[in-house]
Design a protein around this ligand. Structure first.
Ligand code: BEZ
Length: 208
């Protein structure tokens, strides 16, 4: 199944390293960083799970719950998590879905058959509290993800939602934002009383 931005994230039940979950209920009123990786006891995956654990407070500050997935069993996850804790100097507390029959991975189009028919590629889904998919990214198996970018895009989505703005290339929190074309000048004057810089009528930057 191919999933797009704006789709409702498919619900599922699954065993995880911290117990069974029913996905939509587990999301509750939070955001979710749902990410798949090819397999337990593999080097790139070990660094990614470790990095996520290091950033657990940064995710929590944004009301984001991480949820990993690989097509291994709970028993394998639990053994591997001990290794991740030891080698990455952290404590993994977030759940990792055990999906040995690829049921959830297929539901989320995480199995790319030209790569592997039994292991997931590195998919990312950012899902908001309404269970709407807000971002998808797919990385190949041999390239670890950039976690600064994952936090950045969550910041951008949450800023855009809160202020009705858009964010330019390489935006980071505190940087100038873009007043979208859908906001006409009269409305913009009310919403952005500090004014804006108009490089072109379609290119208006303001600082929040
Ligand atoms: C890794 O995590 O290192 C990895 C897993 C599967 C294929 C390539 C790399």
């Amino acid at each position: 199944m191919s999933l797009h931005i704006g789709d409702t994230a498919p619900d599922f039940t699954a065993e995880t390293s911290t117990g069974p979950i029913s996905f939509h209920g587990w999301i509750g009123t939070d955001w979710v960083f749902f990410f798949s990786h090819p397999g337990d006891f593999t080097p790139v995956c070990t660094t990614e799970i470790g990095r996520t654990a290091h950033l657990i407070d940064a995710f929590a500050a944004r009301n984001v719950k991480p949820l990993g997935l690989s097509t291994d069993t709970v028993a394998e996850h639990l053994k591997w998590i001990k290794d991740v804790d030891e080698t990455q100097h952290t404590t993994v507390t977030f759940p990792i879905v055990a999906d040995p029959d690829c049921r959830v991975a297929r539901l989320y189009d995480m199995i790319h058959d030209h790569e592997s028919t039994t292991a997931a590629v590195r998919s990312v889904f950012i899902i908001d509290p309404k269970k709407t998919i807000r971002l998808t990214m797919t990385y190949p198996m041999n390239v670890g993800r950039n976690f600064a970018e994952i936090l950045r895009v969550i910041d951008a989505l949450q800023t855009d939602d809160a202020h009705g703005v858009a964010t330019p290339a390489n935006w980071t929190p505190g940087g100038a934002v873009i007043i979208p074309l859908s906001i006409k000048t009269d409305a913009a004057q009310k919403r952005f009383p500090n004014g804006w810089t108009e490089t072109r009528p379609y290119l208006r930057f303001t600082v929040l």
